[in-house]
Design a protein. Structure first.
Length: 474
């Protein structure tokens, strides 16, 4: 037995709603209600009836996502970078060979280069030191020399982030940046709040859009629409308040995007048609986060020392032919020294790289053996449902939901003398799905109910609902 809503449309434009009634193997009404319904259904001008059908199925994981990490021993930065590449390739080759994993099932995540520190000496509490952080953008051709010059100039490198980006080969294409803000309060649905601000933008080909999370919750920026799921063009993954995500748009058209965690958040980036899509090449974008620090001194001297070090940094960037516009300085802090000042950037780095392997359940043992043999470490193992299984389930559930709608319509018309003549419209998953403390998430057009959410009876299911408008007549 299930609850359905029925609407009967008359040809002269009046909609008569029968409200919510119970529809099952038998339809139960009082005698007065039954006569009223039969009277309505017997009118000759009746043209259509709209009913909802639904189907669901229990789903079980059929694949594993194995998160590995690969670390290199401390070394000078240029050797650390080359050691990292060789070490990661060894891990990938070992997994492919020993576990017979397809290359496309292995994804190389972000790499972090972490400096090694040391030193300590006590000093009086009447002194101050200055501290601020600066982010410098460069490429892999200049990384080794620039890092050496920064360390030689007395600057401490906090971390180095390396990411692959696609760059237009045609130098005449726009390479401007456009900023979009994730608005505070976006994690809560609202009728009058623009969650991405601006949410709909039109930019030139080659423009890089930078999203900044100004909310107090984590979000994603994912290409696609909530009703159909991600398209795979770009995906920020979860990023925290204060963090940014950027993507360069090198193809024409309207690019929809949304937040996987809060699907009411949506926006578009439009690239007006003008010419053929441009050719691109892959390059490494490197962000070096350095610390500008001064030794403890009287406050007036500390201010002067900080200005001197900032000037020295600008000279290093000028020598490397880097624009000073790439410097993003944070607030300068002048800190009193109470417990001593540690000196010393050791000029060595260790590299950390994440590798994600997706495979079926039967291959967990050979993947773990290959991981151990290659020297990598296992961070986490997550069981999940593969895209191919979701596609198979979607076809099955859609067909069953249509059959369910057909059965409901036939039961309603059973005593009226009317028959279904055809189908006018079909809408799939028309009701938006929100995540209030858990519940379903729409992925690739299917509602997925969490297996670990005990507050929902339908835990561990995939479902699809359809709303069908049938043509009916005698």
């Amino acid at each position: 037995m299930k609850l359905g809503k029925i609407m009967i449309f008359m040809s002269y434009g009046i909609i008569i709603s029968l409200g919510s009634i119970l529809v099952g193997s038998q339809v139960s009404f009082s005698e007065t209600e039954e006569n009223s319904v039969k009277d309505l259904l017997s009118r000759s001008n009746l043209t259509s009836i709209t009913v909802t059908g639904e189907s669901s199925v229990n789903i079980a994981p059929d694949q594993l996502s194995i998160f590995l990490n690969v670390q290199t021993p401390p070394n000078v930065v240029n050797f650390t970078a080359s050691d990292r590449e060789a070490t990661v390739q060894k891990v990938v080759d070992t997994i492919i060979s020993m576990a017979e994993i397809n290359q496309t099932s292995i994804k190389i995540g972000q790499t972090s280069l972490n400096p090694i520190y040391g030193g300590d000496s006590p000093l009086p509490a009447t002194l101050f030191n200055a501290y601020s952080t600066v982010q410098i953008k460069t490429d892999d051709d200049n990384l080794a020399e620039l890092s050496s010059n920064l360390i030689g100039g007395g600057f401490r490198i906090d971390n180095i982030n390396i990411a692959q980006i696609k760059v237009p080969i045609n130098s005449t294409v726009s390479q401007n940046n456009v900023d979009v803000s994730i608005v505070s309060g976006s994690s809560t649905p609202s009728d009058n709040l623009e969650f991405y601000s601006p949410s709909d933008i039109t930019v030139d080909l080659g423009t890089t859009v930078v999203w900044t999370n100004n909310d107090s919750a984590t979000h994603t920026v994912t290409s696609g629409e909530p009703s159909i799921g991600p398209t795979g063009l770009f995906d920020s993954a979860l990023f925290s308040p204060g963090q940014t995500f950027e993507h360069q748009f090198n193809t024409f058209g309207v690019h929809d995007y949304f937040c996987l965690v809060h699907p009411w958040m949506a926006g578009t980036v439009t690239i007006p048609e003008g010419a053929e899509s441009i050719l691109t090449e892959t390059k490494y974008q490197i962000n070096i986060n350095i610390a500008i620090e001064t030794p403890p001194s009287a406050l007036s001297d500390t201010i002067k020392n900080y200005e001197t070090k900032l000037s020295a940094l600008k000279n290093i960037l000028n020598s490397a032919e880097l624009s000073l516009d790439s410097i993003q300085s944070s607030q300068v802090n002048f800190n009193p020294i109470y417990y001593g000042y540690g000196g010393g950037q050791s000029a060595v780095f260790s590299a950390y790289t994440q590798i994600i392997v997706k495979t079926d359940l039967a291959k967990i043992a050979p993947v773990l053996n290959a991981t151990k043999y290659s020297g990598a470490s296992v961070e986490n193992i997550i069981m999940s449902v593969s895209d191919s299984k979701i596609d198979e389930i979607k076809k099955e559930l859609t067909q069953k939901a249509l059959e369910d709608a057909m059965k409901s319509a036939q039961e309603i018309l059973e005593s009226s003398g009317l028959q279904i003549k055809g189908i006018k419209t079909i809408k799939v998953n028309t009701d938006p799905v929100f995540q209030y403390g858990g519940g379903p998430v729409m992925y690739k057009g299917v509602n997925i109910w969490s297996q670990h959410d005990a507050s929902y009876i339908r835990s561990g299911e995939a479902s699809i609902s359809v709303t069908v408008e049938f043509e009916i007549g005698k």
